[in-house]
Design a protein around this ligand. Sequence first.
Ligand code: ADP
Ligand code: MG
Length: 712
Amino acid sequence: MDNPSRRHAVDAIAEITTPAPQPPHPAVLTDYGADVFNEEAMRRYLAKSTCEKLLATIERGEALDPAIAGDVAHAMKEWALSRGATSYTHWFQPLTGSTAEKHDSFLEPENCGALFAFSGKNLIMGEPDASSFPSGGLRSTFEARGYTAWDPTSPAFIKRHGNGATLCIPTAFCSYTGDALDKKTPLLRSIQALSGATRRLMKCFGLPDDEKVSVTLGPEQEYFLIDKHFYLQRPDLLQTGRTLFGAPPAKHQQLEDHYFGAIRMRILNFMTEVEQELWKLGIPAKTRHNEVAPAQFELAPVFEELNLACDHNMLVMEILRQTAERHGLVCLLHEKPFAGVNGSGKHNNWSVNYGKRNLLNPGSDPHENAIFLTVLCAIIEAVDRHADLLRAAVTGAGNDHRLGANEAPPAVISMYLGDQLADVIEQLEHGTPTSSRHARAMKIGVDTLPPLPRDATDRNRTSPFAFTGNKFEFRAPGSSHSCSGANITLNVIVAEAFDRMAEVISKFDPEHFHDELQKHLQTLVRAHKRIIFNGDGYTDDWLAEAARRGLPNARSTMDSLRCLLADENVAVFEKYGVFTARELTSRFEVFLEDYHRKIRIEGEVALEIADTMILPAAGREYAEIVRAVAEAEQAGVSAGVSVQRARAERLGAQIEACAKHVQELRDAVGNGKHEDILRTMTELRIAVDALEKSVSDAAWPLPKYHEMLFIY
Ligand code: ADP
Ligand code: MG
């Protein structure tokens, strides 16, 4: 046998035994948030007055009093030491899409020894410089050092490793000139923008204009788990996060027997440990289940304030990866690790709240309904006006395999409202009852909405942007993405639509407010209803219909990114102080560069695997058959020879086809044009996958799909 390592992997996995189910012992939640410098820890470690000031900053967004920074730093250090941490780091989110940390210990040498210290200055600001992170040209000048600035609205937390722990302080990352070099800064700016616009809109409805606006997010995280033994034998997974070759197995997800199925013990042990780790960090992991594809799973937390939820999702991804390792598994967060089976997304459940009122909750009286319908129409307008920006916010080399391909959700952004709400909107538009379903048309300020099904069974999973009861679920973000990108865009375009709405309706005659509002919403619905689509988003019919409606359909990263530089889009981001033109251009550059690099790496890895693993294995097999045929002929044996000769011929032809595609890919990688790399890589893949079906199983050099997806 040529390739014993695949067999060994299977044998090793067969040896793994999962512990027997535990005897019952009472479950306790004493650890929840134990590794977070939360309100409880603050009250224990800070003087009352300092604590109140800090809480005011956190809860009401009041500017932090620099005079308390020293006390807060001291308290944080004492708390961290008590939890075993001897180092701290400013934890930030550069444009790589990952998180970054540079550790410093609390250690201060003294005359005769050392002590642990942490100053207010070190808490508030760091100078990691960190010049190697992508900045898209923002840091080309010598003075553009990188600074981190404490974000007190996301509490500090502790990360643990085998023999120690580190205090992590969430921070924004900016250049000396004030340009945002990260994903958190624009997110915070966008929350501020939406808060302001929401207050202005609520004022039009006679509500006080000083309530706290909170944007909430519940990101559902999809992921794959495969056994590490297989992973280590796949240079493509190791270097690109996805399989560049692999024939789909006869059975994958057709039987739909994995989705919501009983979770295997080994996986449950993993999931339980993930939850324990997340709960210690105060991350409210709530839902776990098998997803549609084999070896695919999902984790969903209870929703939180957007900024915190984004930080928490970064930690969720990290803890999924690390815990998987401890269980001999590897967590794949790539959007499309396996061709031919479902990819992974991150459903972005988003809502806006004013005080205690969720603005996407219809409410129970005509006044609340009027607010709800106004907010809804503004969001319809926002999504229709800026579908291109929403698409650009979820772009990337990995997600192209979901959005551009025949998979949920499609690249065309549309909105799903559900039958009942769509009906309400229609009645609103026409001013008359639409069908026999209702006796009369919806009248704003007079009628209440019919109860809308929350989490109803008729939810449309093919829609990229669906109303799901009290929130919108944006399903296009990729599983590996930071939540920031999608929500920055969402916040800004909705802020703009809220302002546009407030501008108009604030001028209405109070006597006839609801009548005039109704007319205005009618106009908006007429102008933007093309974005509403309640049908099946997978079908070719929809793509044709969407084209007729004039909806953008950017199938790839390259198609979708360009809109970032359009004047009207730059103007929106600038107006709300979320991105300057410079910052937006820098994002464009960084995304583009990232895309090119990833495609190039994929091309090189595919080339290497084909050259050094596939072709040699297929060649050996071919030579062996040819030799066997020659020997049989010489010995005058005829039985089975014609079959072997036919096999050799087929294999020979396949090897030649493969070698030809290898050469084409080599040329494409040499020229560096990403379209050519992608095309030749796809062609080579077809040739290699055909070979996989011809070469004897024992000789195939890569773990196969059925092994990775089913043996764990
Ligand atoms: P499904 O898979 O059916 O879409 P899940 O229960 O897995 O639903 O996930 C729904 C997500 O939506 C959860 O993270 C939940 O906390 C979140 N969510 C619920 N209400 C809101 C809201 N008002 N704002 C933001 N997220 C919400
Ligand atoms: Mg969902």
